[in-house]
Design a protein around this ligand. Structure first.
Ligand code: FAD
Length: 400
């Protein structure tokens, strides 16, 4: 047992019982007793007014990581097309690199993907670690995790950022596990701690009710995944030349563990909300799944997508991947039309990056109007079809 009670000092005041988050302390016969639920977290030590509690756990020493330098971004691509989250992570990487006075690099894996180097440079990559091999043609967990883990061990980056996409969410924990690194998933903010230059990784916790800021002091690189749409992509003219570091890839079929026999694309799949230029979003005000139909019609006319609030998803009127907000997707369309949405803070968190917002609500005091460029106080079941009709007529007049 690492926590000790000095029974001569203990008065049985129970302060330690109350503070313990694990119910790891009992009071028996007027004295505190540590039970087997104790995790030795030490929360009880400072709370004891008699200094009766002590611990023999030594504070873990923080290793010297001064030789770990550089900010790395995983350049996610599918079929030779760069994912937008890569551009966004490079945008974030530019500011981190500036603040730390370290270089920004992209890690690009694939086969015949040299054409992406120029795009990576435009978005700020000073170096590109380029690994090309036929086993890297399509994403597979083991080959990607192996190549990147070896690269990390050899080059010692300080920070490694990965998109919280389906691929990134699969890849990041594999690397973290292989190299015994800390990993903070789904970050919404990444900044540098002015005191020790470490990465402060902020993400929603406890179902989004609090924002937790996490540090990983005991391992390098500091790894974080970031959801698409949260950071801003920024082209930069400051990188005129990008250094390409070709990696010698030694992969065998057996390293893959799996074999891709074919890739079947889902037919008629809606484009991701993150890429939509126009989003028509419905809230509880639509009233039913049927009530979403006029929104689909308007989205169709505008070439957009339909999304919803958490209420709409919970009612089962739209699938979960259509949810916008703190616990859903973060979107940045040119136009966001909010129909029957009150504008709760958790919803606004996902759509505030929209260029223009139109809100339609029967309640003129609805908070959504505070963030709207144009507000229409009215019944969406009348307003939305009227908008669709007007758009159609306008298109017809323009001969479109
Ligand atoms: P309501 O708040 O009920 O608003 C309905 C609106 O429709 C009202 O303003 C009403 O005036 C209007 N209305 C009614 N009838 C009509 C009509 N015929 N025409 C026009 N307007 C009409 N929410 C999200 O959206 N995304 C999230 O990611 C998310 N994450 C959350 C995380 C946490 C931890 C918590 C606690 C909550 C989260 N929520 C999230 C829920 C959020 O707090 C709100 O409850 C939710 O956004 C409200 O959805 P709503 O606007 O559809 O419904």
């Amino acid at each position: 047992m690492a926590i000790h009670i000095d029974y001569d000092l203990c008065t049985g005041c129970k302060r330690c019982v109350k503070i313990c988050p694990y119910n790891g302390v009992d009071v028996k016969d007027g004295k505190a007793v540590i039970n087997d639920r104790c995790t030795s977290c030490g929360a009880c030590i400072d709370t004891c007014p008699e200094n009766a509690i002590s611990s023999d756990i030594k504070e873990k020493e923080i290793p010297d990581f001064s030789d770990f330098r550089g900010i790395w971004v995983f350049a996610e691509q599918v079929d030779g097309i760069m994912g937008r989250v890569t551009r966004e992570l490079l945008g974030l990487g530019q500011s981190l690199a500036r603040e730390l006075d370290q270089e920004l690099s992209a890690v690009l894996l694939g086969n015949n993907v040299d054409h992406l180097i120029e795009e990576l440079r435009e978005y700020g990559a000073q170096n590109v670690y380029l690994a090309q091999h036929k086993l890297l043609s399509s994403y597979q967990t083991n080959p990607f995790a192996k190549v990147i883990s070896e690269l990390i061990v050899e080059n010692k980056p300080n920070i490694f950022l990965i998109g919280a996409t389906a691929i990134g969410r699969d890849l990041a924990p594999r690397i973290s596990m292989r190299l015994n690194l800390g990993l903070t998933a789904d970050c919404t903010e990444l900044t540098i701690d002015p005191d020790d230059s470490s990465l402060l990784q902020t993400r929603p916790a406890f179902g989004g009710n609090v924002m937790a800021t996490i540090k990983t002091p005991y391992s390098r690189p500091q790894m974080a995944t970031v959801r698409p749409g949260v950071m801003e992509a920024k082209k930069t003219a400051s990188v005129s030349e990008c250094m390409v570091k070709n990696i010698d890839v030694s992969l065998l079929e057996k390293d893959a563990l799996t074999k891709i026999l074919g890739i079947v694309r889902e037919k008629g799949k809606i484009i991701s909300l993150g890429d939509a230029k126009v989003i028509v979003a419905g809230g509880r005000g639509v009233g039913s799944e049927e009530g979403l139909k006029p929104l689909f019609q308007l989205a169709d006319i505008l070439g957009g997508e339909v999304a919803g609030t958490r209420m709409v998803i919970e009612e089962g009127w739209l699938p979960a991947e259509r949810q916008v907000g703190q616990t859903g997707q973060t979107v940045r369309p040119e136009l966001y039309i909010a129909c029957g949405i009150s504008g709760a803070i958790q919803h606004r968190a996902g759509m505030l990056g929209s260029r223009y917002v139109i809100a339609i609500n029967t309640d003129e005091r609805a908070p959504i109007f505070e963030v709207a460029d144009w507000g229409i106080v009215g019944n969406l079941h009348e307003v939305v079809p009227t908008l669709s009709k007007a758009m159609k007529e306008r298109r017809a007049r323009q001969g479109a």
